[in-house]
Design a protein around this ligand. Structure first.
Ligand code: GLN
Length: 231
């Protein structure tokens, strides 16, 4: 032990699979924009992280019940969530798109009447679908992770799903057999979250680290690694 104080370790919850933000690589390590960002910020600010890929809804609940210190999971900053959580500054912009099977004729919400639509539990996409289902007359079925949601559409059980636009775009590029048919709705920002009023130092360190990473080019490097130089 050196004279330097031991670095604090924070447990950070994330989604099981939400590429390009978090996913397991061939070595079964969690990588992606969120994973690289939180590790780079931890290094910059002198703390350690233990990543827990719990699934999106489970991670948010674990944070709410104080079992983990923070969540980074492509989590949208919403007014409803601000009642329970404190968010960092925005680190990415997103929106919700509708995706359908590649051979589908569906291009708009009005064609969902009487149909089944897949969403992921506890997400902004699920909230959006639930807010418009009565108007458009469709039924919502929920899944705990994005892959199972996509599968329900590719197998034809559901006619569409609602997913975050950067995630759906990336997935389709990587071979998910779906196509995006709407412009992004419910546009908003991703933020790192802590339980309201808790872990103030962690939140402050995240914000300072993010500012540093934007200034020194590391933020750009991380996003370009997963999205390419055009983004
Ligand atoms: N951005 C969406 C939300 O916050 C989805 C996040 C996710 O599925 N990991 O609800």
């Amino acid at each position: 032990e050196t004279a330097q104080a031991a670095e604090k370790t924070y447990t950070i919850g994330t989604d099981v699979t939400f590429p390009p933000f978090e996913f397991a690589n061939d070595q079964n390590e969690y990588v992606g924009i969120d994973m690289d960002l939180i590790r780079a910020i931890a290094k910059d600010q002198g703390f350690k992280v233990q990543i827990k890929p719990l699934g999106f809804n489970a991670a948010v609940q674990a944070l709410d019940s104080g079992q983990i210190d923070g969540v980074i999971a492509g989590m949208s900053i919403t007014d409803e969530r601000k009642a329970k959580f404190d968010f960092s500054k925005s680190y990415f912009q997103s929106g919700v798109v509708m995706a359908v099977a590649q051979n589908s004729k569906i291009t708009k919400l009005s064609q969902l009447k009487g149909q089944r639509v897949a969403v992921k539990t506890g997400t902004a996409g699920a909230d959006y679908a639930n807010s418009i289902k009565a108007k458009y007359g469709f039924k919502v079925v929920t899944f705990d992770d994005s892959n199972n949601m996509y599968q329900d559409v590719t197998t034809g059980n559901s006619v569409a799903c609602f997913e975050d636009s950067p995630v759906m775009q990336y997935g389709i590029k990587q071979g998910t057999k779906l196509k995006i048919v709407t412009e992004p709705a419910e546009k908003g920002d991703y933020g790192f979250a802590v339980k309201k009023g808790q872990n103030k130092e962690l939140l402050a360190a995240f914000n300072t680290g993010l500012t540093n990473l934007r200034a020194n080019g590391q933020y750009k490097k991380i996003t370009e690694k997963y999205l390419g130089a055009t983004n």
